[in-house]
Design a protein around this ligand. Structure first.
Ligand SMILES: *Cc1c(COP(=O)(O)O)cnc(C)c1O
Length: 381
């Protein structure tokens, strides 16, 4: 019965052309990767500063493994809170120019844990969301059970008209990404934060794709633009090249989350090995201005080329560049063609992106060379 049920469900997914399968990667996730026994230029990873597999980070992780052991062993609140966690949180808070920080085992968990803890239905809270926010933000919002107001993507007039409808709520939590993960465009963060202040809403910005890339020492766009949002989310799994997520804000926010965030309380502490690796990664990120410049100038080069060839790269202003191909079949055809020619750039389909907006998502890293980019352009052409 159960097997048959699952088989039917899977064939429904397959029939819609949306079946997902795991692919085995047998090398570091750098600018070149090995899949099967073939090498590809890799445009699929969020390893923006090429720090996944970095030797200094590996060493810091190994030392931590010998010092603390690989496992966190229990919840941070019980017996799993070590010096390395405290150091990482202290460093991340100053990196993001905030008073305090709390680390979670993943960015996904951070978003779910922060939103669902802050927005409580019994406290008469509501949530305001950009339409294209990441799944982890949506999942946190849905879990809260609160009313969710949605505004048009990056449209501040739409945000304002939504905020006007929230005045009867005691807590209004407004959430946006700073760099959108599937479009590589940038939210108007200064206006976002200002509107939130004007309407008494708490502002929350997810900096998953801009931490390490933009701002002074890679601090992010909240810093660069001077938005000064109330809550900043980051991940340790993208530019950091490690794993985990974090939230930065005031000390009271962090104290509250330690008490109320179920995704923090009811999970084992992030491994001290990972925490030590992330701490080392942060040290490197702060000194990586030349890599940041190279990454962003490569992105500019690729965008200009794509646009001059008539491709639709959306409103990308960052190292994430969509090549919007529209239909499922067209997108899959392009992805297959690239793969055949030694380029791994995955097809991104609904529900990750809206219907009819399927795309090849190019994500660049500082390890890509001009030749890599020219090869991509040549094959796309
Ligand atoms: C990837 C991503 C996350 C989740 O981070 P993980 O550390 O990979 O779990 C959260 N928010 C956004 C916008 C992301 O793109």
């Amino acid at each position: 019965m159960f097997e048959e049920y699952l088989e039917n469900k899977l064939s429904e997914i397959d029939g819609a052309g949306l079946l997902r399968k795991l692919r085995l990667i047998s090398s570091n996730p750098s600018a070149k990767i090995i899949i099967g026994d073939k090498e590809y230029i890799n445009f699929s990873s969020n390893n923006y500063l090429d720090l996944a597999g970095n030797e200094e980070i590996n060493k810091a992780a190994s030392q931590a493994a010998l010092q603390y052991g690989a496992g966190g062993a229990s919840s941070r609140l019980v017996g799993g809170n070590f010096q390395v966690h405290k150091m990482l949180e202290g460093s991340l808070a100053s990196f993001k120019n905030k008073k305090a920080c709390l680390v979670f085992p993943s960015g996904y968990q951070t978003n779910v844990g922060v939103i669902s803890a802050l927005a409580q239905k019994s406290d008469n809270a509501c949530i305001v969301m950009d339409k294209l926010n990441h799944a982890s933000l949506w999942d946190g919002a849905k879990l809260s059970g609160c009313r969710i107001f949605v505004y048009e993507h990056c449209d501040m007039n739409s945000l304002e008209s939504v905020l006007k409808r929230t005045k009867d709520y005691k807590l209004k939590l407004a959430v946006t990404e700073s760099v959108f993960s599937m479009d590589g465009d940038i939210a108007p963060l200064a206006q976002f934060a200002r509107l939130c202040r004007n309407y008494g809403a708490v502002s929350m910005i997810d900096e998953a794709h801009c931490s390490g890339i933009f701002g002074k020492n890679g601090s992010g766009l909240d810093e660069e633009i001077g938005a000064d949002a109330d809550i900043i989310i980051g991940t340790l799994s993208k530019a950091f090249g490690v794993q985990g997520g974090f939230v930065c804000g005031g000390q009271k926010l962090i104290d509250y989350l330690i008490n109320k965030s179920r995704a923090f309380i009811y999970t084992t502490a992030i491994s001290p090995v990972i925490a030590a690796a992330a701490l080392k990664s942060l040290e490197i990120i702060i000194k990586s201005d030349s890599k940041r410049k190279l990454l962003l100038s490569n992105a500019q080069y690729l965008r200009d080329k794509l646009k001059s060839l008539g491709f639709d790269a959306g409103n990308s202003q960052t190292q994430i560049i969509p090549v919007i191909t529209g239909s499922l079949s067209n997108t899959q055809r392009v992805a297959d063609m690239l793969m055949k020619n030694g380029i791994f750039a995955p097809a991104i389909k609904p529900p990750t992106v809206p219907e009819g907006r399927s795309r090849i998502r190019i994500s660049l890293t500082s390890a890509h060379t001009k030749e890599d980019l020219d090869k991509l352009i040549k094959e796309l052409k």
